[in-house]
Design a protein around this ligand. Structure first.
Ligand code: RB5
Length: 147
């Protein structure tokens, strides 16, 4: 699995924690910034990274901002992206099992690094259940084709 990681200035500490986790788990990744603590715009990170998942360059992505909300809204504008904003481990597991989420968003001003790590670990290691959930995702993809 190849994972893309990015954050705005509001998510740099949790991004560093996620990078550490990916290293520990031996998962291939690329860190797309941001590089500094000055203010940047989350769509400038969410959109190109989500496109890299949509075009198959990366299998998954993890995006962090202050709340995770901006990153998730922007990422979900890209066709083929199912980005889930998760601040608990249960949602992280279920969004993989039921929604086959390919992007995870989290907010550094909402949760701490320990929980972010547990959420990411669960999200990275949980498989999609398929079956009836496949049909439901298919309906979203059909809608995207029309839009
Ligand atoms: C930046 O101040 C903040 O708006 C951003 O990190 C994010 O929370 C937006 O949804």
């Amino acid at each position: 699995m190849k994972v893309a990681v990015a954050s705005d200035h509001g998510g740099i500490h949790i991004r560093a924690e996620i990078v550490k986790l990916l290293e520990e788990m031996g998962i291939e990744y690329e860190d797309f910034g941001c590089d500094c603590e000055t203010s940047v715009d989350y769509p400038d990170y969410a959109l190109p990274v989500a496109e890299k998942v949509a075009n198959g360059e990366f299998d998954r992505a993890i995006l962090i901002c202050g709340t995770g909300i901006g990153m998730s809204i922007a990422a979900n504008k890209v066709k083929g992206i199912r980005c889930s904003l998760c601040h608990d481990v249960y949602s992280a597991r279920l969004t993989r099992e039921h929604n086959d989420a390919n992007v995870l968003a989290m907010g550094e001003r909402v949760i701490g690094p320990g929980l972010a790590r547990d959420i990411a670990k669960t999200w990275l290691t949980t498989d999609f259940t398929g079956d009836r959930h496949e049909r439901r995702i298919g309906k979203i993809m059909d809608y995207e084709k029309k839009a």
